[in-house]
Design a protein around this ligand. Structure first.
Ligand SMILES: Cc1cc2nc3c(=O)[nH]c(=O)nc-3n(C[C@H](O)[C@H](O)[C@H](O)COP(=O)(O)OP(=O)(O)OC[C@H]3O[C@@H](n4cnc5c(N)ncnc54)[C@H](O)[C@@H]3O)c2cc1C
Length: 486
């Protein structure tokens, strides 16, 4: 007799494991199936985010930032350090330890919440019908079993996009996992793609001393960000020694002789260029992952880009089948995946209580975006270009970090915060920042927007002095042209 559950979650990334925990908290008998194996062939929960994404990249960003500060910034504080050296294997080991702590932490959270965890690939076999539950096959090297569940949440995430003419060997040509596991600093590093992952990985290895060249096909730098922030960030990054960012390029060929990698490309003026480097990171985005899911067998709709088709409530159109996270439309961000997981768990719980007309969704307009470069970039809501396109009249208030006492004390002065507010109602429509700890500062903007705050609300709130949050306060004051310290 096969095991039977209320809910089966396929995938234990931030979408899947959070959905599973929330389902269990709501009293649903839940199983979470995941096939991730670490480099030692061991099961490792947490998906891309914990194993080769958010967590390891931030661990290395912090380590490399400390090294960079010791060499380039401590002297301004009167701290003299000589012979600063970097031990890359120790840095990687620290990162691996952090990853291990968190991935095994999820196993502990599953145990605490009584979520059944199954290692292996989950494949949809037959759909729920006429009171029959979903049948899911779980297969790993040792066994194949079939389980049943009334509801299924698919959270199978994404994988790195491949370029057909480049074969990544994770030795000299690396994907994001290989970029997080280098054992020494390459003298010359190439990065294809100036998106979030390319910029962050480029930053890590540049701070450790590599000469980094980032090649981006799009004509504009960070096209998704507010144009003013992207322009200012580009200006700041281009001043960084050892970092070159070229946009509007067209890759012609990538060859490797196991020692050097040679990239031939046409630059933005269509002139042929040749870049010779020691390592190449390919970071051209990620694609939704439905491999082995059995989508076709149960007629699950997949769009032409590979995403599972869902409505605003993450419903797939198949009875009791939901999908969340990177495998469905919307930003490929861990917190978006998790919040969709929570929303679906609560929808299922409502359905179980007979409330079939109750469904929960997330608000894409208040999903914060962060890029952990130095300075950091963060935003929420609409950009100026989006407001202009939509014909919405707005007021903008801006304040620079250079005029802020805490930023001066930190020695981190480039950048600014800009608040966009509706010209008539003053409701905040978007907040955009480039500067120190923007990843933390953006939360105030998210809270404000969730509570439909006006710029006047932020202007009237007391912000601690001296703190970076005063830049947000002054930007809000400046929506009405009344910033105090500039
Ligand atoms: C280098 C890097 C840095 C990043 N940094 C950030 C960041 O700072 N902030 C941020 O918000 N986002 C970041 N991201 C993106 C973030 O990692 C993803 O948005 C997030 O992991 C998506 O979560 P998910 O649960 O949808 O899928 P995933 O995390 O991809 O998890 C899916 C899981 O499902 C498993 N799986 C797939 N198919 C099956 C199957 N059939 N059966 C069983 N298991 C299956 C996979 O093995 C995996 O474990 C980063 C990504 C990368 C690569």
């Amino acid at each position: 007799m096969s095991e039977s559950f209320d809910v089966a979650v396929i995938g234990a990334g931030p979408g899947g494991y959070v959905a599973a925990i929330r389902c269990a908290q709501l009293g649903l008998n839940t199983v979470c199936i995941d096939d991730w194996e670490n480099s030692k062939g061991k099961a490792s929960l947490g998906g891309t985010c914990l194993n080769v994404g958010c967590i390891p990249s931030k661990a290395l960003l912090e380590s490399s930032e400390n090294y960079y500060r010791a060499i380039h910034k401590f002297s301004a504080h009167g701290i003299k350090v000589t012979e600063v050296t970097v031990d890359v294997p120790a840095m990687i080991a620290r990162k691996d330890k952090i990853v291990k702590t968190f991935t095994s932490g999820i196993a502990a959270l599953f145990k605490k919440n009584k979520v059944t965890s199954k290692q292996g690939r989950g494949t949809l076999v037959t759909a729920a019908d006429n009171g029959r539950p979903w049948q899911i096959e779980v297969s790993n090297d040792n066994e194949v079993e079939t389980i049943q569940a009334k509801y299924v949440i698919v959270a199978t995430g994404s994988t790195p996009r491949q370029l057909s003419f480049i074969s990544e060997d994770n030795d000299v040509i690396l994907d994001n996992a290989g970029a997080l596991a280098l054992t020494e600093v390459p003298d010359r590093l190439g990065v294809i793609g100036a998106g979030v992952i390319g910029l962050e990985m480029g930053c890590v290895w540049r701070r450790l001393g590599a000469e980094v060249t980032i090649l981006e096909a799009m004509p504009d730098f960070l096209a998704a960000a507010d144009a003013q922030v992207a322009k200012e960030a580009y200006k700041v990054f281009r001043k960084e020694p050892g970092l070159s960012i070229q946009t509007g390029i067209d890759i012609k060929s990538v060859t490797s002789n196991k020692k050097d990698v040679i990239v031939e490309y046409a630059d933005s003026n269509n002139a042929l260029q040749k870049l010779t480097i020691d390592k190449l990171i390919v970071a051209v985005g990620r694609v939704p992952n439905t491999a082995g899911l059995g989508a076709q067998a149960v007629s699950l709709r997949i769009d032409d880009k590979g995403y599972i088709v869902v409505d605003e409530y993450c419903r797939t159109g198949l009875k009791n089948l939901f999908a969340v996270g990177d495998v469905v439309r919307g930003p490929m961000l861990a917190h978006k995946a998790s919040e969709e997981g929570v929303a679906v768990a609560e929808t299922i719980s409502a359905m179980e209580r007979g409330k079939n007309d109750t469904a929960y969704k997330i608000d894409f307009n208040t999903v914060p975006w962060v890029i952990y470069t130095s300075p950091e970039i963060a935003w929420v809501g609409k950009t100026e270009q989006e407001l202009k396109t939509a014909g919405i009249s707005y007021k903008a208030g801006q304040f620079p970090f250079i005029a802020n006492g805490r930023a001066r004390a930190l020695g981190e002065t480039p950048g600014f915060i800009k608040i966009l507010a509706d010209a008539d109602t003053d409701r905040i429509l978007g907040v955009h920042m480039l500067g120190p700890y923007a990843s933390e500062l953006i939360s105030e903007a998210v809270v404000a927007m969730e509570f439909a705050a006006s710029s006047e609300d932020i202007a009237r709130i007391i912000h601690a002095h001296p703190s970076l949050s005063e830049v947000m306060h002054e930007a809000a004051l400046n929506v009405d042209g009344r910033a105090l310290h500039i």
